[in-house]
Design a protein around this ligand. Structure first.
Ligand SMILES: [Zn+2]
Length: 88
């Protein structure tokens, strides 16, 4: 998904959740100050845990998804400061 977003110059609103922890960030290739997903996470690893192995608290997934929707609204409507270059 990251490669497609970089190639098309479209923002990637990334969210992740596992156990009791969630992460959220916006990668916007239209902005010079924005890294891409690969800059932050690289190619990943087969050793990473999955939700089926480690579990994830259900409401956390809803929370991260709602925050992703908020970031999309910020970008679409041009209000607020999107999480470009920052990790929540
Ligand atoms: Zn990059």
């Amino acid at each position: 998904v990251n490669a497609a977003c970089v190639a098309a110059a479209k923002p990637l609103i990334s969210g992740a959740a596992i156990r009791l922890e969630g992460q959220l960030s916006v990668f916007d290739p239209r902005r010079a100050d924005s890294p891409c997903y690969h800059c932050l996470y690289g190619h990943g690893s087969d050793a990473e845990l999955t939700c089926s192995e480690a579990g994830v608290v259900g409401p956390l997934v809803g929370l991260v998804g709602s925050l992703q929707a908020l970031e999309a609204l910020k970008l679409l409507a041009g209000f607020g400061e999107p999480l470009v270059g920052r990790l929540l």
